[in-house]
Ligand binder design. Structure first.
Ligand SMILES: [Zn+2]
Length: 345
């Protein structure tokens, strides 16, 4: 299997090199249309967005009063894909799942997450968006609690054995009351940057699978070099890419939070997490996990299940994506202070 893959990747590299030489040859001679096409291709910073609706019916997420996370994330994910197709027709949308079933029939959670990352890497995604919903314990909607609202005199037995006797005591009067689960709001997560991370391995792996594409930015594709991904140079490049991906992930996540806030949503900011988001680390591309809101809050659960709410969440992400593309184009770069300010550890 490995040999075949390696040969395939070699073949791919050769094919790409041949194609590139043909294009360069054409450019230098007479075909102006190809020049425009190539320039457009190189200028387009995002070719493929991978949408990852969190969980599925086997590896379930959180629950609200009437809905399940795995259903809500699928609905929002599919809507987001449609909206990207409509707004950015040049961008290809790839889903990690479009049904309630596990990704590629995975039987363990680890396998499921691994398959999601594989789909993203094999599709050469430029951006990975994982959709989730949050919950705050102890119960969705709320719960009954007791509180003391006064005292009354009560005759009680006190003491033990022969010393047992009746006594008037001040007994509390309880009232049971409803505690609403009030936590609302959206949070975006990016992985926590570390020195030797899975992210670097993912970048190297993706490079092997895609024939060296990842070690060339859209701006310098013409200077493509054939990389040995195990070489020290390649490992260094992977580290540089990890830093770049980290920055891009933080920028996009900040923009998503910003759009949610503009729409009047409560936001918790961009957070870094190293546990529970393996799927982000295993993808060789900028990756963001969006907790779109709390299913444990009655109103937010209704909002996230409504057409209006889902459309709004999707529109917020689309607006952020538009800004992110502009940012990548260098048209409108947010200041680095703006980005780092919103990064809370
Ligand atoms: Zn989740």
């Amino acid at each position: 299997m490995k040999i075949t893959n390696h040969q395939n990747s070699r073949d791919n590299k050769m094919k790409k090199l041949a194609a590139l030489l043909i294009v360069i040859g054409t450019l230098s001679s007479f075909e102006p249309y190809s020049a425009i096409t190539l320039r457009h291709y190189l200028a387009q910073p995002i070719h493929t967005v991978v949408i990852d609706p969190g969980h599925n019916k086997f590896f379930t997420g959180t629950k609200g009063l009437f809905s399940k996370e795995e259903d809500v994330t699928l609905e929002i994910g599919l809507r987001l894909g449609e909206a990207i197709n409509k707004t950015f027709p040049n961008i290809k949308v790839v889903y990690t799942r479009t049904t309630e079933n596990s990704v590629e029939g995975a039987t363990t959670l680890k396998e499921d997450l691994h398959d999601r990352a594989n789909i993203a890497n094999q599709s050469r995604g430029n951006l990975f968006i994982s959709i989730h919903c949050d919950a705050m314990p102890p119960a969705p909607g709320g719960y009954y609690a007791k509180r003391v609202i006064g005292h009354k005199k009560k005759l009680e037995y006190v003491g033990k054995g022969s010393k047992k006797h009746k006594k008037w005591v001040n007994a509390p009067i309880y009232e049971s009351y409803w505690v609403k689960n009030t936590t609302i709001g959206a949070t975006t997560y990016i992985w926590k940057a570390q020195k030797e991370t899975d992210k670097i391995n993912a970048i190297t792996r993706k490079d092997e699978e895609t024939g060296g594409e990842e070690f060339t930015d859209s701006t310098d594709s013409a200077n493509r070099v054939d990389w040995d991904t195990q070489s020290p140079e390649a490992k260094m490049m992977a580290q540089i890419y990890e830093q770049r991906y980290f920055k891009k992930s933080a920028v996009f996540a900040t923009m998503v939070e910003d759009e949610f806030e503009k729409a009047g949503r409560k936001v918790w900011g961009v957070k870094q997490r190293d546990k529970g988001i393996q799927v982000l680390e295993a993808t060789g591309m900028p990756s963001v996990l969006i907790e779109t809101g709390y299913l444990s809050n009655k109103e937010e659960e209704e909002y996230l299940n409504s057409e209006k709410g889902q459309d709004e969440v999707v529109q917020n992400i689309i607006d952020a994506l538009g800004r992110y593309i502009q940012y990548l184009d260098g048209v409108k770069a947010p200041s680095s202070a703006q980005t780092s300010d919103s990064l809370k550890k």
